[in-house]
Design a protein around this ligand. Structure first.
Ligand code: NOJ
Length: 540
């Protein structure tokens, strides 16, 4: 529950904003967003008040998984610009005191990466072992029972060399062999390339998958597999035991971290799931692994439920060692939009206050600041391999649609007459940045107020967290405190008003309500929260 000290680093004090470059702003007229588009929107991001931008992959890629299939770790796909544009982006962001975090995809490359082309060219090629190749099982089938996250087996047979290669995502995403020292060195070199270009941190894709069981044993069946799983959903039918989160993975994490630590002030963020006791190990025993293992616990499998949210935060706080800094993610390019998932705009507003007032680094997904909702994608427009293979209802395209900038054609994302790579939300005429900038109580202005308050308030960006037991059901109340600055956050998750009595506190002042219509002194023994209202209170 204690903060780690006064001198916080940028990735502790700051707020991260995730940009999915394909969908942010197109400046070239091809319907796909690009890095120049990000540069053009830096002033917007600066005014919004975020501190670091995480860019999803912009590397050269055949786009089988929209950039998570990397064909060159040290370049920019012409769709997005070039290295010179990237350098301009870093400089322009740094001029505004914003950091740049890039996605790094170390578990798999594209099947068009020269390394894989070499590897598959013959069993004798020196880079054969840079990927994971195995002989067929005695019946000629795949070497084990692992399934791909995107459906089908995790193995594809290569006729030319008579072996299978491993891929836990698309067949176009062969997995790198981190047990091979040359591959490891080559991948660390790719980090060096970007570190020397001034990148401030990395978001490391599926980092728990790097090391697999040495014997590649079969995974056990999943006793809780839903009977409704698609026939090709082999992944859902097994427990993920031998394909991820192996103890040896931590050796690699420490090596990656030591490599980053040779550079000043850089940050390692990892995409990780799994039970809390396994997840927390990724901070390292002495804080020598990831700075921030992404925490998805308020997102994955979480309903709009005050008690469950509090339990999740408290469990996290209880398990963190003193050196470990918490973080929270509510949405990203793989999950439903907040307003869609949690019930509607009213819930998304309370969620924004939650995200931006908890102890730890928040990550905001682009478009959440205007409350973007899932966009229904007609079947013929589905692009995501997960949706194409496992059913349109599972497509992640719904949360990757173009940013809604204004009411002009294509929401200002791309030029009129250009077809955006995914459809723009039907209601973009009313639901966009320009309208919300003009509307005082808009979601955008709520985010701006929250971000401004957070940045200006040590208790909020760096103070302690203490949950408060209250007698009103459906409410989550907590204190954030730093020396003499004391704040109370009271969130009503219910569709009905609640009266909360805060034990031990008498008076305070509402500084911000998610309804954005009150700033007033309040008595804390009789605090009224309206339906779906969150308030931020400065305590006396
Ligand atoms: C996690 C990424 O967030 C997701 O978008 C991607 O499909 C997989 N990793 C594979 O790289």
């Amino acid at each position: 529950m204690k903060s780690t000290g006064k001198d916080l680093l940028w990735w502790q004090r700051g707020v991260v904003y995730q940009i999915y470059p394909r969908s942010f702003k197109d400046t070239t007229g091809n319907g796909v967003g690009d890095l120049q588009g990000v540069i053009e929107k830096l002033d917007y991001l600066d005014e919004l008040g975020v501190d670091a931008l995480w860019l999803s992959p912009f590397y050269p890629s055949p786009m089988a998984d929209f950039g998570y299939d990397v064909a060159d770790y040290c370049d920019v796909d012409p769709l997005f610009g070039d290295l010179a544009t990237f350098d301009r982006l870093v400089t322009a962001a740094h001029q505004r005191d914003m950091r740049i975090i890039i996605d790094w995809v170390p578990n798999h490359s594209s099947d068009q990466h020269p390394w894989f082309l070499h590897s598959r060219s013959s069993r004798e090629h020196p880079q054969r072992d840079w990927y994971i190749w195995r002989d067929p099982a005695p019946d000629g089938g795949p070497p084990n029972n692992w399934g791909s996250f995107f459906g089908g087996p995790a193995w594809t047979f290569d006729i030319q060399t008579g072996q299978y290669y491993l891929h836990q995502f698309c067949p176009e995403q062969p997995e790198l062999n981190w047990r091979n020292p040359e591959l490891k060195a080559a991948m660390l070199d790719t980090l060096r390339f970007w570190l020397e270009r001034g990148v401030d941190g990395f978001r490391m894709d599926v980092i728990g998958l790097l090391i697999k069981d040495a014997q590649l044993r079969d995974n056990p069946p999943n006793p809780d597999a839903s009977p409704d799983l698609r026939e090709n959903d082999l992944f859902g039918r097994i427990l993920q035991v031998y394909n991820m989160d192996q103890d040896e993975n931590h050796v690699i994490m420490r090596e990656i971290r030591a490599f980053l630590d040779a550079y000043e002030d850089r940050c390692a963020i990892g995409e990780l799931w799994g039970p809390l006791d396994r997840w927390v190990k990724y901070y390292g025993e002495t804080g020598d692994e990831l700075h921030l293992p992404f925490n998805f616990r308020l997102m994955d499998g979480m309903s709009w439920d005050a008690e469950r949210m509090r339990a999740s935060v408290d469990a996290l706080e209880a398990v963190l060692p003193a050196f470990a800094w918490p973080n929270y993610v509510l949405g990203n390019h793989d999950r439903m939009r907040l307003a869609t998932r949690f019930g509607g705009p009213a819930q998304a507003r309370v969620a924004a206050m939650l995200l931006l007032t908890l102890r730890g680094t928040p990550t905001i997904y682009y478009g959440e600041e205007i409350g973007m909702e899932n966009v229904a994608i007609p079947p013929e427009k589905v692009q995501d391999p997960q949706g194409l293979n496992l059913g349109f209802e599972r497509t992640r395209d719904v949360c990757r649609t173009p940013m809604q900038w204004d009411a002009s054609a294509n929401a200002g994302f791309c030029a009129p007459g250009v077809e955006p790579w995914l459809p723009v939300a039907g209601d973009y005429g009313q639901h966009n940045v320009a309208v919300q900038e003009r509307t005082s109580a808009s979601m955008l202005n709520l985010y701006k107020r929250l971000l401004t308050l957070r940045r200006a308030t040590p208790a909020l960006y760096g103070g302690d967290y203490q949950p408060v037991d209250v007698d009103a059901d459906g409410c989550y109340v907590y204190l954030r405190t730093a020396s003499d600055s004391r704040w109370l956050v009271a969130l009503n998750f219910e569709h009905a008003p609640r009266i909360v009595s805060v034990p031990g506190e008498s008076k305070g002042r509402v500084v911000l309500s998610t309804h954005m219509d009150r700033e007033e002194p309040v008595r804390l023994n009789l605090l009224t929260l309206r339906a779906n209202e969150g308030v931020l209170i400065a305590l006396e």
